[in-house]
Design a protein around this ligand. Structure first.
Ligand SMILES: NC(=O)c1ccc[n+]([C@@H]2O[C@H](COP(=O)([O-])OP(=O)(O)OC[C@H]3O[C@@H](n4cnc5c(N)ncnc54)[C@H](OP(=O)(O)O)[C@@H]3O)[C@@H](O)[C@H]2O)c1
Length: 327
């Protein structure tokens, strides 16, 4: 496992880290025992950074991480998020009272007295024109309730605005073989500002693992069933906003680029790590085997120029039109 500096925080975190949404909920049924086994395996593989949110399984994901931390001696940095408890996303909802209440809930769930990193959870675009919200976050840092804060965004314009606030330490954004625009429009500025970048949905909700087929089915309570067209939340969070069949065709073409002995998931994750502005990818993992597969991407040699050019060509020909100007 390799480690990279997380912005200006002083933390060095694993370039393959762990995304803890699926172990909370919205991905079909998961067992806590298996989720804990996946988390433990991640730590064994060298992962030292976990991304979660208060709403993942209504605190279930955070509570599992608290259980993990109790039984682990190694230092683990936990990033959580706040804002999605609002029944409707409004800027006014990000009030001092609400933010304080959400932070207190996460502190309880995570069994800690200070959150390592708190991220605003895809708030409305207009929030980035409200410095007072970032002032509230500064106050929470001052009060010792949070160590650092950052944002999770849908759009590049939001990311660019967020990093103008001097104490925003991290930006979490969708970046993968099917979402290449952040490299074109955001990474250079983030590097200038020394802001950490967490690449989320790195496997396009599993599409980029290469395991799905046209007739694959998903449980009723799996967002890959119920949110394909953005019925419950931003459609970009499901398969990166790429039409399922278009994504499958692109993955088929990509297979030819994957070196022998490397899994498709590892290839997709190694592609992300080629970009040095990225601090880490945070693949979701429900089972220990998936975690082992994903973590091995960190130690692979860089992808060849031919492979990089191939991924770019497939994106340009098959994917770009659907996603490039939307997010
Ligand atoms: N708004 C936000 O801030 C936001 C939104 C989305 C995600 N996130 C964060 O980003 C993290 C990662 O994104 P994500 O979980 O949505 O998507 P992802 O990492 O692209 O896909 C994860 C899913 O792919 C499957 N998988 C993972 N590794 C695999 C492997 N090696 N082989 C086969 N299948 C594998 C698993 O599901 P199955 O086994 O069921 O196929 C897993 O749950 C989340 O966990 C969360 O922490 C944040």
């Amino acid at each position: 496992m390799h480690y990279r500096q997380l912005g200006r925080t002083g933390w060095k975190i694993s370039d393959i880290s762990f995304g803890a949404w699926a172990i909370g909920g919205a991905w079909g049924s998961v067992s806590d025992d298996e989720s804990l086994a996946a988390l433990r395996k991640a730590i064994d593989c060298g992962v030292n950074f976990i991304d979660t949110a208060d709403v993942y399984g209504d605190g279930r994901s955070e509570r599992l991480i608290a259980r993990l931390k109790k039984s682990e001696k190694k230092e683990i940095v936990v990033a959580t998020k706040a804002g999605r408890r609002l029944p409707r996303q409004t800027v006014e909802g990000y009030s001092r009272q609400n933010l304080t209440m959400w932070v207190e809930d996460s502190l309880r769930n995570l069994s800690t007295d200070c959150l390592d990193l708190l991220q605003l959870h895809c708030p409305p675009t207009a929030l980035y024109d409200r410095p007072e919200v970032f002032g509230i976050l500064d106050d929470l840092v001052q009060a010792g309730k949070i160590g650092y804060y950052g944002v999770s965004v849908e759009k590049i314009d939001e990311a660019l605005k967020a990093i103008e606030y001097p104490n925003v330490q991290t930006v979490q954004i969708i970046f993968n073989c099917f979402r290449q625009r952040p490299a074109e429009k955001f990474f250079a500025r983030a590097k200038e500002k020394q802001v950490g970048i967490l690449a989320r949905v790195p496997l396009a909700s599993g599409l980029l693992t290469g395991k799905f087929r046209r007739d694959s089915t998903f449980a009723k309570d799996d967002h890959r069933n119920f949110n394909r067209h953005g019925e419950a939340f931003d459609m970009g969070e499901t398969f990166s906003g790429v039409d399922y069949n278009v994504g499958l065709d692109a993955v088929e073409e990509m297979r030819a680029l994957v070196p022998a002995g490397v899994s498709m998931s590892q290839f997709a994750l190694r592609w992300i790590l080629i970009f040095d502005a990225v601090t880490c990818a945070i693949p979701g993992g429900k089972r220990p085997e998936q975690v082992v597969d994903n973590c091995a991407a960190s130690d692979l040699p860089p992808l060849s120029d031919t492979a990089m050019a191939g991924v770019k060509r497939i994106y340009d020909e098959k994917i770009r039109v659907a996603v490039q100007n939307r997010w």
